[in-house]
Design a protein around this ligand. Structure first.
Ligand SMILES: [Zn+2]
Length: 339
């Protein structure tokens, strides 16, 4: 998600929390360097200590995290990872830029391995999805897991921000989902647990909107929607929206996420999506929207999930025209199969 436009490239002086985080990191580095100096590891420690002190001075002056060449904010995730950075990606020396690109490509390969199989069949359900990062790595997450008792768990999430920091949180979600879902626990319990872990392991500025569902062979689906866009159940004459049942995870540690249960009929299709889909803009600056998505799905109702996905993505591409993809895009379609 593009997170209210601030999480990706953000001036450093927006939040005291973030500033405190940076200061703490710098002070910790300072202590480590002083210990190294006292042990006689002098050469690089002296130089690094100077750099840390310069960074602390820039933090006090409000210029930490501003590129020294173009004077625009340095990418937030890079600054969190290394408070000593002095240049934005565009103005890094060339060898550093190449190293960064190699790291990102490795991260993208690892991330693609976390995705579920394409065109998935299980216990009377068929699933297909589309997953397209806007950059090299994505802050979106989609996944599937099954239990020996015939339950199919599905998840779609959108992590605040973009880039490397968001993709790390995405892999955090993946590990949690794949550990908890095979246990067969209720989705509200799964989500509340994920929320607590997320609160304890992420930065105060990071959160995720998540939909998790547990689909049974008889069509009964239990949903928990933690602040995510409303999934759609598209039937022959109707579209049912599944409202949010709680706040995004990663914000309030002890806030439980509730769940709701519905039953899906054979003709019906369940559609989950990230805001990268519905907030796509046309050349005329119109928004794609969930209504259009539901209309496209309703139109090709009798087809398989992978055909639904292909139709929706083709329509989205036509709507966007020659404009760039602005945000990570994820779309997942589930359908009760005939047997
Ligand atoms: Zn710059």
């Amino acid at each position: 998600m593009a997170t209210t436009g601030t999480a990706d490239v953000r001036p450093v002086d927006v939040g005291a929390l973030f500033r405190d985080e940076l200061r703490e990191q710098l002070v910790q580095r300072r202590q480590c360097l002083q210990q190294a100096l006292s042990r006689g590891q002098a050469v690089s420690a002296v130089r690094l200590l100077e750099q840390v002190d310069q960074a602390l001075t820039r933090l006090d002056a409000g210029s930490l995290g501003i590129c020294e060449l173009c004077h625009t904010p340095v990418e937030t995730d890079r600054l969190i990872a290394d408070p000593l950075v002095r240049f934005c990606i565009d103005h890094l020396p060339q060898e550093k830029q190449r190293a960064l690109e190699a790291d990102l490509e490795l991260a993208a390969r690892l991330q693609s391995r976390l995705l579920p199989p394409k065109d998935f069949h299980f216990a009377g359900w068929r699933v297909a999805y589309h997953y397209q990062p806007a950059g090299i790595v994505s802050g979106d997450y989609c996944d599937l897991a099954t239990t020996a008792e015939g339950a199919l768990y599905f998840a779609l999430a959108d992590v605040s921000g973009k880039g490397v920091a968001a993709s790390l949180l995405m892999s955090n979600l993946s590990a949690m989902f794949r550990t908890l879902a095979p246990l067969g626990i209720p989705v509200a319990e799964l989500m509340s647990h994920a929320n607590r872990v997320f609160c304890e392991s992420t930065l105060p500025t990071q959160y995720a909107t998540v939909v998790v569902g547990k689909a049974m062979p008889d069509g009964v689906v239990e949903f928990a929607n933690a602040g995510h866009l409303e999934p759609l159940i598209v039937g022959s004459n109707s579209v049912t929206r599944i409202p949010s049942t709680g706040l995004p995870i990663g914000l309030f540690r002890d806030e439980p996420v509730k769940s709701a249960t519905m039953r899906m009929e054979r003709e019906e299709v369940l559609v989950l999506y990230s805001d990268g889909i519905t907030e796509t803009s046309s050349a005329a600056d119109e928004e794609y929207g969930a209504e259009r998505l539901a209309r496209i799905v309703a139109h090709c109702r009798a087809q398989s999930p992978d055909e639904h996905v292909a139709r929706c993505i083709a329509d989205l591409a036509a709507f966007r025209g020659h404009g760039p993809q602005a945000d990570d895009e994820t779309l997942m379609v589930l359908q009760r199969a005939d047997s």
